[in-house]
Each structure stands twice: as structure tokens, then as C-alpha cells.
Design a protein around this ligand. Structure first.
Ligand SMILES: CC(C)(COP(=O)(O)OP(=O)(O)OC[C@H]1O[C@@H](n2cnc3c(N)ncnc32)[C@H](O)[C@@H]1OP(=O)(O)O)[C@@H](O)C(=O)NCCC(=O)NCCS
Length: 269
């Protein structure tokens, strides 16, 4: 108790989770940033620290050995990415007006000569587009240097006025710093902030091998049409992730995006 009392001061309006039923079983539904964990299991404490830093892991509860090992491998890989230096000490914060040139530079470099100028134009447009609000623009800072940027803009589901959705586009990391976990941190932090803001669903048109690591699944089979049809052979690139549990299945429909994104050229993968 003497150790807990000062900690509890900092978590005055938060929950205390005490795990008595083995593993993470008792922690269902907690918000990591608003939770103080009390446990002596170092694996659990370690997992909780990563979750508080923004890591999101989705572990399907199935009593199946092979599924367990698959998830364990995936989890360890994510932690490795976090530890690969750059990502561990990053600060992720919302971008400000004075970051504009630096974040456009990251976008330009990440997407390369041809695509870079198109993406720079898109980001500038979306940062000014009133229909893109609420918007979430985050930068990854390594000291004073911006090394990554991610943008989420408003999306809606046709005929579902109460559903809050967002669209991830684009995310970029400086080429020399890629594969060090920066992209993963930006995505995890973005999803966590959106979830806190009450967003129900997030969509992305992107690499089908990359985003499933962050809980995204092909959206078309789940009933979500893209703003423009995505070619059948790459239709898995159109993905969704629910932030509010149970919303997928309850809601379906065509996704509508911000005006500046609503052009067919942005929907070719
Ligand atoms: C995509 C991007 C943002 C990822 O950021 P990052 O910091 O390099 O990613 P992380 O370090 O978190 O994750 C790296 C892992 O993702 C994989 N990955 C990265 N880009 C990928 C891609 N295009 N397709 C499949 N996997 C990819 C890497 O192979 C690596 O896997 P490994 O851990 O097995 O080695 C970054 O590579 C980038 O800026 N790319 C150019 C711009 C771009 O394509 N943006 C996405 C548009 S949808």
C-alpha cells in the first residue's frame, strides 16, 4: 500500500485493475492511459507498459495451441519493432502549423519522386479542407526532427448519421528510418486517440500485408464500399478497423470521404 498511494494520486480519476483471474483476463475493456495496474507478473506488467505507450494488440480468445503461438509470434514481432531504437524514444504529438514544411518533406521523401508531389498536394489540400474535420494529424519527433507523419480525416457511412468514422491517408516515414517501428507507433497512437475521441471505425486504402498488423481487415466483405470502386484484383487493399467493439456487423454501407480525397485518382491502388 505505501507504494500504491502516491501512484494512485496521479491516477485519481482512473481505474485500478487488479488481475486475479490469470493473464489479462480481468482487464477486459480497460483504457490503458486511465488505468493503474497492480500485479506482480513481470510479463503482464511489461505488456501493460507497451499498451500504455500506444501499442494495440488484438488477441483473439480461442483455446487453440496454433492460434496462441501465431499470436505470440506476432506480439513479439511488434515489440521487437518498438525496440529497434528509433521508435522507442519517439515523441508522437499533434502537428502544428509551423510543422507544415517538415511534414511535407517527410511525405515527399517517403513516397519518392513521382508519387511524392501528388501526396504533398493531397496533404496540403486535406489540412485546409473543412469537410476533412475532425482531423487528426500526428508527427513523430526524434529530438527536434520530424521523422514521420500520419493523417486521419473525417469519413461517414452513407445513411448512418450517428456513426463516426475516419480515414487514414497518408502515413509516411523518412526512408532512412523506415522499418524501425515509427510507422507502427504513429498508427497505434492515432488509433488510440481516435478511439478516445469516440470514433467508431477507421478505414484505409493501403498495403494488405501491412495494415492487418494493426487490426485492419478487408472492408468490402464486411459490407463497406469505398468512395470509388477499388479494382477487384487489389480489393483487399481497402480495409477497415473497428474502434468501438461490435460495430462491424451492425453497420454497413458506402463510405464517404472528405471533398479533397473524393477524386477517382486517389482510389487506384
Ligand atoms: C509504410 C510506412 C509508413 C511504414 O513505416 P515504417 O516505420 O517503415 O514501419 P514499421 O517499422 O512500423 O513496420 C515495418 C514493417 O512493415 C513492413 N512494411 C513496410 N512497408 C510495407 C509495405 N509497403 N508492404 C508490406 N509491408 C510493409 C516492413 O516490411 C516491416 O516488416 P518487418 O518487421 O517484418 O521487417 C513506411 O514504410 C513508408 O513511409 N513507406 C512509404 C510511404 C507509404 O507507402 N505509405 C503507406 C501508404 S498506404
Amino acid at each position: 500500500m505505501p507504494h500504491l498511494v502516491p501512484l494512485w494520486e496521479a491516477y485519481r480519476n482512473c481505474r485500478l485493475v487488479e488481475l486475479l483471474c490469470g493473464g489479462g483476463g480481468g482487464s477486459d475493456g480497460f483504457e490503458a492511459r486511465k488505468t493503474l495496474l497492480n500485479d506482480i507478473n513481470p510479463h503482464l506488467i511489461n505488456l501493460f507498459r507497451w499498451v500504455q505507450k500506444g501499442l494495440q494488440v488484438e488477441i483473439i480468445l480461442e483455446n487453440d495451441e496454433s492460434v496462441y503461438y501465431k499470436h505470440r509470434e506476432r506480439f513479439n514481432r511488434i515489440i521487437e519493432l518498438y525496440k529497434r531504437g528509433a521508435a522507442a524514444n519517439l515523441v508522437i504529438r499533434e502537428s502544428a502549423n509551423f510543422d507544415l514544411q517538415a511534414l511535407l518533406n517527410v511525405e515527399g521523401q517517403a513516397f519518392g519522386q513521382d508519387e511524392g508531389s501528388v501526396i504533398i498536394g493531397l496533404v496540403k489540400d486535406l489540412l485546409e479542407d473543412a469537410s476533412a474535420e475532425p482531423r487528426l494529424s500526428l508527427v513523430a519527433m526524434d529530438g527536434n526532427r520530424i521523422t514521420g507523419h500520419i493523417l486521419f480525416t473525417n469519413a461517414r457511412i452513407a445513411g448512418e448519421e450517428k456513426i463516426q468514422a475516419s480515414l487514414l491517408a497518408p502515413v509516411a516515414v523518412l526512408p532512412e528510418l523506415q522499418r524501425k517501428g515509427i510507422g507502427s507507433r504513429l498508427i497505434a497512437e492515432g488509433l488510440s486517440l481516435l478511439s478516445e475521441k469516440g470514433v467508431d471505425l477507421t478505414f484505409v486504402l493501403g498495403h494488405p500485408e501491412y495494415y492487418p498488423r494493426h487490426g485492419f481487415n478487408p472492408a468490402l466483405p464486411l459490407g463497406f464500399e469505398a468512395p470509388y470502386p477499388v479494382a477487384e484484383e487489389v480489393s483487399d487493399a481497402w480495409m477497415v478497423r473497428e474502434l468501438k467493439a461490435g460495430i462491424i456487423g451492425e453497420v454497413k454501407g458506402k463510405v464517404l470521404c472528405a471533398d479533397r480525397l473524393n477524386r477517382p485518382e486517389y482510389w487506384r491502388e
